[in-house]
Design a binder for this molecule. Structure first.
Ligand SMILES: CC(C)(COP(=O)(O)OP(=O)(O)OC[C@H]1O[C@@H](n2cnc3c(N)ncnc32)[C@H](O)[C@@H]1OP(=O)(O)O)[C@@H](O)C(=O)NCCC(=O)NCCS
Length: 164
């Protein structure tokens, strides 16, 4: 299954419900507007039989990174680094949760960010997790920033190795 850019004429944003209202509202009201302004990109996974149904989505952009929150060794290595790729949002429609689509979306987002990093160069991927989703990201190798319990990172170097 392949993700595609959100298309407001094709995708039924209103019926998407992941159980978290702020994420539902983002998809309904903000995602398309923000993409139009080139602030970020939202990719959706369509139901295989009805392409208007959104199984899940994620939003990618860039963010500033505070290296003070990194472990000592990484802090030294990346002392001149200022930016990271950001998984700004990621959610699966309730009806499709627990079937591997979250993993599929995360792997797809990571592949896109790895590809982007090969062109523009940034050393981290960052995610701000919602309540209850931190363990989901930790399962895939993300580590918490010091003093920011819900903010996690993954290095591009580790990602590259895991995709080899
Ligand atoms: C978190 C979320 C994206 C996971 O998607 P999903 O399709 O249900 O997850 P998957 O079926 O792909 O699960 C993949 C693995 O992650 C685990 N997992 C799923 N949700 C998890 C969670 N909240 N915490 C810990 N592990 C989780 C699964 O058990 C599975 O592990 P396994 O392979 O060992 O069985 C989805 O539940 C969701 O959209 N939740 C609401 C929105 C949200 O919290 N988004 C994150 C915002 S930062």
């Amino acid at each position: 299954m392949k993700t595609v850019l959100l298309d407001k004429l094709k995708h039924d944003r209103k019926s998407f419900n992941c159980g978290i209202e702020s994420l539902n509202n983002y998809l309904k009201l903000m995602a398309n507007q923000q993409a139009k302004k080139d602030n970020n990109r939202t990719f959706v996974l369509e139901d295989e039989f009805d392409k208007s149904i959104i199984v899940g989505f994620y939003t990618l952009t860039m963010t500033a990174v505070d290296i003070q929150g990194l472990p000592e060794k990484l802090k030294q290595r990346h002392k001149f680094s200022t930016s990271a790729g950001l998984i700004a949002r990621l959610a699966v429609n309730e009806k499709y949760q627990g079937k591997g689509f979250g993993e599929l979306l995360l792997v797809d987002a990571l592949k896109k960010l790895l590809f982007a990093s090969e062109i523009v160069g940034f050393p981290f991927i960052v995610v701000d997790t919602k309540e209850g989703a931190k363990l989901f990201y930790e399962k895939y190798g993300f580590t918490q920033f010091k003093d920011s319990p819900n903010k996690l990172f993954l290095t591009i170097a580790d990602l590259r190795v895991s995709f080899k």
